[in-house]
Structure formats: structure tokens, C-alpha cells
Design a protein around this ligand. Structure first.
Ligand code: SF4
Ligand code: SF4
Ligand code: SF4
Length: 192
């Protein structure tokens, strides 16, 4: 087995703590098309997962339904998305299932919205008294995570990408930042 086959085999392996099938919608890789279009274009080739240097992408298992089986999702609860320069996962996708929007001008495209990140103020130690700033130092998006009055972390939903780097950096054992899929519109068909 050559290196590419090894990497592809590793991508196919589902992490133990991958999101449960159908429990909530899965989180797609950066710049995934809307779910119906994504499912039409994605061949499940695994190239995005193979290209991901952080092993953040895994293939959905058979229990996800025949349309979704083998298509890529992110396992943000154990591996955050590093929002890599040049988006190697997107660059590897030859079908256009992952595609950075082309605005037709020189403006940088908007950052992708991967998931919803929320602070649990009952678990965050900065809300309970002691100082902490671990999450803020980890956030790669200017302004997405700021400290209210210099003390308590607050996430701005409009700027946050849901990359989960702040959750990964959170120092308490039961993480004080939750990451949940952004549930799409009622028009999004359930893969089955
Ligand atoms: S941006 Fe980087 S870390 Fe995130 S899924 Fe793509 S390749 Fe992986
Ligand atoms: S590279 Fe594109 S077509 Fe292949 S599995 Fe990833 S998203 Fe699907
Ligand atoms: S607040 Fe957390 S999830 Fe949101 S962009 Fe910053 S590090 Fe990523």
C-alpha cells in the first residue's frame, strides 16, 4: 500500500468519538456547498480528507444513510479545523463539492461557517472567578472571541467560524465551549 492509499485508508477510518448518525446534522468541510448540492457533487473520493494535515475530516459511516455514507464530515469535538492557508481540503476537491466562493473581484471570500460555538458560563472558570484567557489566545479570527470587561470570554456569532480551536484550548476538563452543527433550513433533505 503506497502513502496515498495509507492516508486514504486512514481517512476512511471513523474516529471513535465521531458524531452519532442522524443525531444532529454533521459538520461538512470548509466551503461545502449547501447539503443537497454537496450530495449531488461529492463522490466520496476522500481527497479532501487525505489532504487535511490535521486529520480533521472523516468519512461518514454507513449508518448515516446511503446518500451520505462515505462523504466527508468534520470531527470537531476531537480535532479542530485549523483554517489552513490555501484551504488544502478545498483545493483537493476536483468535483466542486467544496469550493471557495468566487466574488469576481479582489476581495477575500468570507470565512466559512462550520459550526456554532457557545461559551457555557457555568463551566467557564473566567465566569466563576479565576482569570483565564486560553481560548482567546487560540482564536484565529479577529474579534470573534473577546473578553468582556477584560474578564469573561464572549463569542460573536457573526464572526465566529466554529473552527473549535478555542474549545480545544479550553483548560477545564469538561470543555466550557460547546460546538454544534448549524442546522440548515427545512428544505435540506435528510440523507437516507
Ligand atoms: S482547513 Fe485545514 S484543518 Fe480544516 S478541514 Fe481543511 S485541511 Fe483540514
Ligand atoms: S474531495 Fe470533494 S468529491 Fe471528494 S470526498 Fe471530498 S468533498 Fe467529496
Ligand atoms: S471563537 Fe472559537 S470557534 Fe469561533 S472562530 Fe474563534 S476559535 Fe474558532
Amino acid at each position: 500500500m503506497n502513502r496515498r492509499e495509507l492516508l486514504t485508508a486512514a481517512w476512511r477510518g471513523e474516529p471513535n468519538d465521531a458524531p452519532g448518525p442522524r443525531s444532529l446534522r454533521w459538520v461538512r468541510p470548509p466551503y461545502a456547498l449547501d447539503e443537497p448540492d454537496f450530495l449531488r457533487k461529492c463522490t466520496g473520493c476522500g481527497d479532501c480528507g487525505t489532504a487535511c494535515p490535521h486529520q480533521t475530516i472523516f468519512a461518514l459511516p454507513a449508518a448515516s444513510g446511503w446518500r451520505a455514507e462515505g462523504t466527508p464530515a468534520l470531527n470537531l469535538l476531537s480535532r479542530s479545523c485549523h483554517m489552513c492557508d490555501g484551504w488544502p481540503c478545498v483545493a483537493a476537491c476536483e468535483t466542486g463539492a467544496l469550493a471557495v466562493p468566487d466574488h469576481g473581484n479582489e476581495e477575500l471570500p468570507e470565512l466559512p461557517k462550520l459550526a456554532r460555538a457557545e461559551i457555557d458560563s457555568d463551566a467557564c472558570i473566567a465566569y466563576l472567578g479565576p482569570e483565564c484567557g486560553a481560548c482567546a489566545h487560540a482564536c484565529p479570527v479577529p474579534g470573534a472571541l473577546h473578553f468582556e470587561m477584560g474578564i469573561r470570554p464572549v463569542i460573536r456569532a457573526d464572526l465566529c467560524t466554529g473552527c473549535a480551536l478555542c474549545r480545544e484550548a479550553c483548560v477545564v476538563e469538561t470543555k466550557a465551549i460547546s460546538i454544534s452543527p448549524i442546522v440548515h433550513t427545512a428544505n435540506t433533505p435528510e440523507p437516507s
